[in-house]
Design a protein around this ligand. Structure first.
Ligand code: EPU
Length: 349
């Protein structure tokens, strides 16, 4: 299809086109596009950084490219600062900016690709923190009506890599801005294994309590130290989408019930697991895939990353269908060997 090229707007780098595209730098442009009678009946697709989507073909409709910018401290009270950022702000630049302002609290989420407006959709999370812990509210425009709505955390129904926007709200809204609450009393969040190791290598302890400043063995980490360590860990494990197309973790870490886990653990004593508050157990999908021998393997130009089996990559020239075929082969093997179903994390279109 001729039309607008989306290759630069999806981090897998798939060479697909949209029939129409609209660059949204101001809210009025969005409202005009939503109300334009010439495209009123066409399907719409909202793209921010395109870092959590698998485009399996051309899109016969209107793509809205959200490029709304702006970030500010909106208010403060005794306990916290409140910061607001526009939906098109690159997430990592926003996190770096909060630290420059002396407002810590988002440092564990450094270097996550994508935009601020995309962050609530899958409730981004990494290294011991999820976005929902800092979320206050968001503003969005409903595509069908052009009406602005404000949604709080309860309305967004956040879960692990999940929200209202991946279910009933799917493709119905453009998130124009998000407000976060950053507590004035800051506590380092440094317990996640990879992060704790990186901090220790840099001379930091995992918490203020375990720091032994007097003995000179380690010091409590600062927010900047956590930010730097997270960036280093991510760079070591996760491919840069600009160099190797990918959408981060391709599968969610599956959660199974305790009885199924006990049986698995007997058979696979080394299985990596995280007990959940509700008694169920989350498994490391990367470990399951790795165990099935998939790490570094390819099917055509679609491949499993050689440093993190949870990430599928486009080695150059792969299509969305190639990546989905690889994903299905992996799902089949993991189900066959462990009896566990893997669910894709990105939105597949
Ligand atoms: N593992 C392997 N082999 C692999 C990959 C992982 O054995 O190829 C093992 C690791 O040794 C470790 C465990 O599996 O014991 C977990 O691995 P890791 O700490 O790398 O984290 P993950 O569970 O694979 C999740 C998130 C990432 C996030 C990291 C850090 C999901 C689906 N993924 O990955 O999020 O950055 O934890 O918090 O929850 C993303 O969502 O796009 C993403 C990158």
């Amino acid at each position: 299809m001729a039309g607008y090229p989306l290759k630069a707007h999806n981090t897998f780098g798939f060479d697909v086109h949209a029939q129409f595209a609209c660059l949204v730098e101001r809210e009025e442009q969005l409202l005009a596009a939503v109300r334009d009678s010439r495209v009123a009946d066409l399907p719409r697709l909202v793209l921010g950084g395109g870092s959590n989507v698998v485009l399996t073909g051309d899109f016969a409709g209107l793509v809205l490219l959200v490029a709304l910018r702006g970030r500010r401290v909106v208010r403060e009270d005794q306990d916290a600062w409140y910061v607001e950022a526009a939906g098109g702000e690159p997430w990592h630049e926003f996190v770096a900016w909060t630290l420059e302002q002396g407002l810590p609290g988002l440092e564990n989420l450094a270097l996550i690709p994508g935009t601020v407006g995309a962050a609530p959709i899958q409730n981004i999370g990494a290294y011991g923190m999820e976005m929902c812990e800092r979320f206050v509210s968001l503003r969005a425009i409903e595509l069908a009506t052009g009406e602005a709505v404000e949604l709080d955390a309860a309305a967004c129904r956040f879960g692990y890599r999940d929200s209202f926007f991946k279910r009933e709200g799917r493709e119905r809204f453009v998130i124009t801005s998000v407000t976060f609450r950053l507590p004035k009393v800051w506590q380092p969040r440094a317990g996640y294994a990879d992060l704790a190791r990186e901090l220790a290598a840099r001379g930091y302890a995992a918490s203020a309590e375990s720091a032994d400043v007097a003995a000179g063995t380690s010091m409590p980490p600062t927010a900047q130290a956590i930010f730097d360590a997270v960036v280093a860990v991510r760079r070591a494990k996760l491919p840069d989408p600009l160099e190797l197309g990918n959408a981060g973790s391709f599968f969610k870490n599956p959660v199974i019930d305790a009885a199924q886990f006990d049986v698995l653990k007997q058979r696979e004593p080394e299985i990596v697991s995280y007990p959940q508050l509700d008694g169920r157990v989350k498994l490391a999908a990367g470990w399951l895939i790795d165990r099935c021998g998939w790490k570094g393997r390819a099917m055509g130009a679609a491949a499993v990353h050689d440093r993190q089996a949870l990430v599928l990559v486009n080695r150059g020239g792969a299509s969305g269908a190639d990546v989905l075929a690889l994903a299905r082969a992996i799902q089949r093997d993991v189900l066959g060997r462990f009896g566990v179903e893997l669910e894709a994390e990105p939105v597949c279109l």
